[in-house]
Structures are given as C-alpha cells and as structure tokens.
Design a binder for this molecule. Structure first.
Ligand SMILES: NC(=O)c1ccc[n+]([C@@H]2O[C@H](COP(=O)([O-])OP(=O)(O)OC[C@H]3O[C@@H](n4cnc5c(N)ncnc54)[C@H](OP(=O)(O)O)[C@@H]3O)[C@@H](O)[C@H]2O)c1
Length: 309
C-alpha cells in the first residue's frame, strides 16, 4: 500500500573508503611481488647469459663482470619500489596528505578567527569611544552650555544602593561629602528618591522626575516628566547633580559626563535597588580617596571620581 521499502546500504562512506584503501594496498603489494619474481628470474637470466651463453664475456668494469652491475642496478630499483610500498605509500599516502592539508587549513582558520577578534575588539572600542565622545559633545551642544552633568552615588561592591526606598548604611563622612559637593546646585532625582527624604535638602534646588500628572510638591521643588526636561530646568547650573535612585541612574549613564562614586566595601544581600555597571571602556578613574572604617563608619569605603574617556 505504501510502496516497496527501499533497501538502505549497510556500508557507510567510511567503510567504503577503508575497503578502497585495502584494495589499493593489495594491488601495490601484488605488483611488488611480481617485481621481485621478475627480478629473481632476470638476475638468474643475466648470470646465465654471461657465464653460460658467454654474452659480453670480455666486458668488465673494474675487473668485475657487467652482469653484477646490471643486477646491482636492478636491485637498487627493486629496493626503491619496496621503500615506496612500505614507507612512502603507507605513511605518506593520500591520507597523510589530507591530514597535513586539514592541519594547515585549521591553522589558517584559527589565525583568521584571531585576527577577526582583534579587529572587532579594536573597531568596537573605536566606535564606542567615538560614539561616547559624540554623545557628550551632542549633550553639551544641545544644552548650549559647557555644563558638567555629574552622577553622585554610594554603592556597595555588588552595586547595591538601597532597600525599601531607603539607604542601607549611614556613613557620616560620605553624607558630608555629598552635602559639600551638591550644595548650591540643582539636584535631579526620581520621585521615589524624593519621597525617601523627610523634607527637601537645604541650599539645593530639587528637580523631581515623575510620570504623574499634578504630582504635589513643596513650592520651591520643580517637577518634570523626563530627564531631558530636568536638564533643561537646570540649564543655568554649570554643575547639576543626578542623585538617584536606581531607575534614574540607569537612564542618566549615557548623559552624564562625570560620576562621583562612593564605593562601600561590603555586599548587601537584601538590597532591592542597584547602580548600573560602570563600563571601563567608557569611564576612567581620575581620583581615588580611600576611607577606613571606624566607630562612626561601619564600613570602609573609597571615593572615586570617574570621567568619560
Ligand atoms: N546609595 C545612593 O547613593 C542612593 C541615592 C539615591 C537613591 N538611593 C536609593 O534608591 C532607591 C530608589 O530608587 P528607585 O530606582 O526605586 O526609584 P527612583 O529612581 O528614585 O524613582 C523612580 C521614579 O522616577 C520616575 N521616573 C523614572 N524614570 C522616569 C522617566 N523616564 N520619565 C518620567 N518619570 C520617571 C517614576 O516616578 P512615578 O512613579 O511618579 O512616575 C519612577 O517611579 C531608594 O532605596 C533610595 O534610598 C540610593
């Protein structure tokens, strides 16, 4: 009903190759054997031709009968044949050639891969650093100002920055530094960070980013709907600070020109908010100030200042 089942050959390609090679080797050995027999008969014939039939009886080289040289020469060809069959064809036959070729091709492939990786890495670094420079230029040109946009953050070794809409640690020298850097400037923050303060921080202009229409804030606090609007609102300030939290940091990484990072030397397993990774291809440390732990500081930390490469 469904037609005859096709018979599938049980001999696969590899087996066929092996059979072919075996047949070839048998032919080579057969030819060698025939050569050997002919050589023996030929040698006897040459000896008889000279000694019995007297052919070239007077012809000698270095007082040795000519047939000795003839047999010697033939023996040399026979040994050469023997060598071909058992050495050249056995170890340096087609298989050997193919293996050598495959080795060479693989070596070339590895080299090409290596070159590709190096080239791509270089090209990628060039493109990223160019894009990065263009971006900074563009941000600066767009704002028609040479202002420096600084992210300021304190993060654990695991980039933890907060839990339950609050900070995880209290480090008074870090807070002092935050105060001294940001006072007199515009501070840009997400709505949740703003709500984490008991009241607005003194001597700073607060810009709060929220998607909510009519979000209620004290009189001197500015509410905007995007980071771009926040930067517009801060255009008179040559050094506005982006102060968090996690969502805003993530969006500000492409816009900022500087990062003031306090790296807290501990990890915080129950944190729920994190700072994004700082890409070493895009940022370089220009200043580093370590701070030990003591009775006022539960954790040791380091102040890092990063600038765009
Ligand atoms: N360690 C530090 O240095 C540091 C600094 C600051 C904050 N923190 C911590 O970070 C945590 C808060 O961070 P978070 O990530 O949860 O919140 P967040 O970034 O402070 O605020 C998120 C809110 O911002 C608004 N928003 C975000 N992107 C927006 C956009 N593109 N356009 C308009 N509005 C936008 C939304 O407000 P709406 O929901 O109102 O639309 C969103 O819910 C807290 O634990 C805080 O203590 C730590």
């Amino acid at each position: 009903m469904f037609g005859k089942k096709k018979t599938v050959s049980q001999i696969d390609k590899e087996q066929l190759e092996l059979i072919k090679t075996a047949q070839k080797r048998i032919r080579q050995k057969k030819r060698l054997y025939i050569h050997f027999v002919i050589f023996l008969i030929g040698a006897v014939f040459l000896i008889l031709a000279n000694t019995v039939l007297g052919i070239g009886k007077d012809f000698q080289i270095f007082k040795i009968d000519w047939f000795v040289f003839a047999i010697g020469l033939w023996l040399f060809f026979f040994i050469y044949h023997l060598f071909n069959v058992f050495v050249t064809h056995k170890f340096m036959g087609k298989d050997w050639e193919e293996k050598q070729l495959a080795k060479l091709v693989n070596k070339q492939k590895d080299k090409i891969e290596e070159l590709k990786t190096t080239y791509l890495k270089d090209a990628q670094t060039d493109v990223i650093s160019k894009a990065n420079k263009d971006l900074v230029t563009q941000v600066k040109q767009n704002k028609k100002t040479d202002s420096e946009i600084t992210i300021i953050v304190a993060a654990g070794e695991d980039n933890a920055i907060g839990k339950d809409n609050d900070l995880i640690w209290h480090l008074s020298d870090d807070l002092k530094r935050f105060k001294s850097l940001t006072e007199g400037h515009h501070i840009i923050m997400g709505r949740k960070t703003f709500e984490s303060f008991p009241k607005p921080l003194p001597k700073r202009t607060h810009i709060v980013i929220s998607r909510q229409e009519g979000y209620k804030v004290p009189d001197d606090v500015i509410v905007v709907n995007s980071i771009e609007d926040a930067l517009d609102a801060a255009h008179k300030d040559k050094s506005p600070y982006i102060i968090g939290g996690g969502e805003i940091y993530k969006q500000a990484m492409d816009i900022a020109t500087k990062i003031e990072l306090t790296r807290v030397h501990a990890t915080f397993e129950n944190a729920d908010t994190f700072f994004p990774e700082i890409d070493p291809l895009l940022w370089k440390v220009v200043k580093k100030v370590p701070h030990d732990n003591d009775e006022n500081h539960k954790f040791a930390f380091t102040f890092y200042t990063y600038e765009r490469i």
